[in-house]
Design a protein around this ligand. Structure first.
Ligand SMILES: Cc1ncc(COP(=O)(O)O)c(C=O)c1O
Length: 397
């Protein structure tokens, strides 16, 4: 039996809630399920405002609009992230300034931040990789000193914490993803979390095609009209109904994921030590939401051979981000090899193991057994391209 890298999960109430949305004759955005999801996020996280969006990508685009990014502004951002994180700002004309990551958590290297700030810096964007927090104390201290806004791309990190505080509540703005590969999903979806209330009214306008429609529905204006730039960033209430079922099942989903993560971690430590592989690092001050389990193999050749080896056992594993500074777009911004050496190194060596809410322990045992039969020495001589190692783009998200 094939073990996929990811499989969507149904918590039980998705169809019931979708039927309810349909029966209520409200299929467009901002119906009762959108409001329920937003209220749940606001209450759980203790934030000023959550707005559901069509994706994390779109929430990031909203953040760039809200921060008034204009051509020539510099945005400091990790190279080890998904293209959307930077694309949202480049769409507004920003110049990316790529920061390297730490070799332990693969997060934004806070010690390099101050050296990258210039008079043109307009924003700092952090990514909590695998839902393990960046070193927010240091990052916020530097940001405050230079009066720079911080945006958290928290695509992986919903319900993760740093020093007891939820991720997504540190920056003035934060973004979430509800893509199929995330802990909580509605297929494609996201949210903008607004911690600084000065952004709320304009965020509602940007999300509603640049109109003050939200104010109109709250009776605050007597007609609505085009008042700003914007786009259509609100999802259908059918998707919100699906998502609400998932968010309601938070305890069940998180405990399943915790079990899966702990199983890998408990069973792969000895093997990793014997072959020189690295397991994920979760600092004490971070409470992770168990988004993914990854290994860092010693070399690119070994990672390639490892993915081939698991494929031969009918198990799909995938690599993750390719360094953005070395992408076609990154090079157009003048970036080159050596700019972010840790990113270049870990990007070559990282592999993600199958991880989804109903991954059975027996299947995990098969993954672990297959990993343990991987001959790291032998693989050093094999430079073959990975068979099927390039997973579908859905997998790689
Ligand atoms: C760090 C990060 N940011 C943003 C995104 C984009 O998310 P979405 O597919 O919801 O637009 C992803 C995709 O997984 C991601 O990994």
């Amino acid at each position: 039996m094939h073990i996929p890298f990811n499989r969507p999960f149904f918590s039980g109430k998705e169809f019931e809630f979708i039927q309810e949305a349909i029966a209520g004759w409200h299929l467009s955005g901002d119906g009762k399920f959108t409001k329920r999801c937003q209220a749940l996020l606001e209450n759980e996280l203790g934030i000023a405002k959550a707005l559901l969006t069509t994706s994390c990508t779109h929430a990031l685009e909203m953040a760039a609009l809200l921060l008034d990014i204009t051509p020539g502004d510099e945005v400091i951002i990790p190279s080890f992230t998904f293209g959307s994180t930077i694309n949202a700002f480049v769409l507004r004309g920003a110049q990316p300034v790529f920061i390297d990551v730490r070799p332990d958590t693969l997060n934004f290297n806070e010690t390099k931040l101050e050296g990258l700030i210039t008079p043109r810096t307009k924003a700092i964007v952090v990514v909590h990789y695998a839902g393990v927090a960046c070193e927010m104390d240091t990052i916020l201290k530097v940001a405050r000193r230079y009066e720079l806004p911080v945006v958290e791309d928290n695509a992986h990190g919903l319900f993760g914490k740093y020093r007891g505080q939820y991720l997504g509540t540190f920056g003035c703005l934060a973004t979430q993803s509800f893509h199929e590969t995330k802990n909580f999903t509605c297929g494609e979806g996201g949210a903008l979390l607004i911690n600084d209330p000065q952004y709320i009214e304009r965020a509602e306008i940007i999300r509603e095609k640049g109109t003050n429609r939200s104010l109109f529905f709250r009776g605050q204006v007597d007609k609505y009209t085009w008042v700003d730039i914007g786009s259509s960033y609100l999802p259908s209430d059918i998707l919100a109904a699906f998502l609400y079922a998932q968010l309601q099942a938070k305890e069940d989903i998180q405990s399943r994921r915790k079990r899966i993560w702990n199983y890998y971690n408990a069973h792969l430590g000895d093997w990793a030590a014997s072959v020189g592989a690295q397991l994920p690092s979760v600092p004490e001050e971070c409470k992770q939401p168990y988004h993914m389990y990854y290994l860092l193999l010693p070399t690119l050749e070994q990672r390639t051979a490892f993915i081939n080896h698991l494929n031969a056992h009918n198990i799909n594993s995938v690599f993750h981000y390719l360094p953005l500074h070395l992408s076609k777009m990154g090079r157009q911004f003048g970036c080159k090899e050596g700019d972010c050496p840790v990113t270049e190194n870990v990007s070559d060596r990282l592999v993600r193991l199958p991880f989804y809410n109903d991954l059975a322990e027996s299947d995990q045992a098969r993954v672990v057994a297959a990993v343990k039969t991987f001959d790291c020495q032998e693989s050093c001589v094999s430079k073959a391209a990975p068979v099927n190692a390039r997973a579908t783009s859905d997998d790689v998200l």
